[in-house]
Design a protein around this ligand. Structure first.
Ligand code: FE2
Length: 386
């Protein structure tokens, strides 16, 4: 039986007419990192990024083999998990990949249906639907593998009123640095191996019902030295966006290849978090020790009015203030966006964060790719991996 999907584009929201979206996603539920020392990571994300103590599980709550700290800032929930003994499988992930993202959890109304719909379309199972209960109600979770060892967990929490998940207790801390204005996850990017981008694009189309709404090839994304290709996948309502990158041939090593070498496989490259005041957010992050990529050259800022084109008069921010913080600017037909990228947040040159403020633009800063990648290459050169 063929399913005809009629979509109507209403600005940011693409609304599917009828009930044909077989995997309705309400948003990102949480992002879980496997890390070597969750206690210290939690301190870093609180101190540097302004995340708030939210929930905890560990020996004190009856969790014998792992500890997890849940941190929250507006709609963003990070879970930092570490194993408590050498037998835990979490160790294997950390040994291979270093600290990194294990789970991109997606908030759904019906986790059993999400699992059934995706596994019947070819997803590899990570966890069959499990019902977890405590005095606050119940949560149903089920998981499937995506690229590498990364997992999409479906989380159904409509019958739950607790702080996070059954087994977790609220985490009250005496140390509560203030937030930095991070609001929600705008997109999360996956790096996959040579020639695998289209395989995963098709996987997101077939298994998850996503659509490819933007593509960049190596002719658009290259510098003098290196190149990559990227396709942006989006779910039906546009709330979940997963760009997929693969390396492309250049004179020197692609930054994607460097990631794949150090992560030892495919995985999450960056998490883009939205703010509605990037100047304040980035000022705070810098004061608190978050490291950003080196600034683009002066000519980059001289060319901003040209890059903004017809949106030049819309720009509310002072170009000098943007330059002082090394914030990048790009525009598309619908408006402009401001963005900046951190250095990797662990010693392996793998996962980093993007801070983004959208002023109408729906793109990903394609006009900044060259300046951005030249910054990354200067860092690669220092590491001897260009
Ligand atoms: Fe991004």
């Amino acid at each position: 039986m063929s399913k005809e999907i009629k979509s109507v584009d209403y600005g940011l929201e693409k609304i599917f007419e009828g009930a044909q979206d077989f995997l309705p996603l309400l948003g990102t539920d949480y992002v879980e990192f496997y890390v070597g020392n969750a206690k210290q990571s939690a301190h870093f994300y609180k101190t540097a990024f302004g995340f708030q103590s939210h929930a905890y599980c560990g020996l004190e709550t009856g969790s014998k083999d792992k500890t997890s700290y849940v941190l929250k800032q507006d709609k963003i929930r990070l879970v930092l998990t570490t194993p408590l003994n050498s037998q835990s499988k979490i160790n294997d992930h950390i040994v291979k990949h270093g600290d990194g993202v294990k789970v991109i959890a997606l908030w759904v109304d019906d986790a059993r249906s999400a699992y059934q719909e995706t596994t019947s379309r070819g997803a590899k199972s990570y966890m069959e639907p499990v019902v977890e209960k405590d005095e606050f109600g119940e949560v149903v979770r089920a998981g499937i593998y995506t690229y590498g060892e990364t997992v999409h967990m479906f989380v159904e929490r409509k019958n739950y009123k607790g702080p996070f998940l059954p087994g977790f207790e609220a985490w009250e801390s005496d140390y509560n640095p203030s937030p930095t204005g991070l609001k929600y996850i705008d997109h999360m990017v996956g790096n996959v191996g040579w020639g695998q981008m289209n395989t995963w694009v098709k996987w997101y189309e077939d298994v998850m019902g996503f659509e490819n709404f933007l593509s960049f090839d190596d002719k658009q994304i290259h510098t003098e030295y290196s190149a990559l290709m990227s396709k942006v996948m989006s779910n039906g309502n546009g709330r979940i966006k997963f760009p997929i990158n693969e390396p492309a041939k250049g004179n020197k090593k692609s930054q994607i290849e460097e990631y794949l070498d150090f992560y030892e496989g495919s995985g999450v490259q960056h998490i883009a978090v939205a703010t509605d005041d990037i100047i304040t957010t980035v000022s705070l992050l810098k004061e608190r020790g978050v490291e950003f990529l080196p600034p683009p050259p002066q000519t980059y800022y001289d060319e901003i009015p040209k890059r903004l084109g017809e949106h030049k008069h819309m720009l509310k921010e002072d170009i000098k203030a943007l330059q002082k913080l090394s914030i990048l600017v790009d525009a598309d037909e619908e408006g402009y966006l401001l963005q900046i990228f951190t250095k990797p947040v662990e010693d392996r040159p793998t996962l980093f964060f993007e801070i983004i403020q959208r002023m109408g633009a729906r793109g990903f800063g394609a006009g900044n790719f060259k300046a951005l990648f030249e910054s990354i290459e200067r860092e690669q050169a220092k590491r001897g991996t260009l």
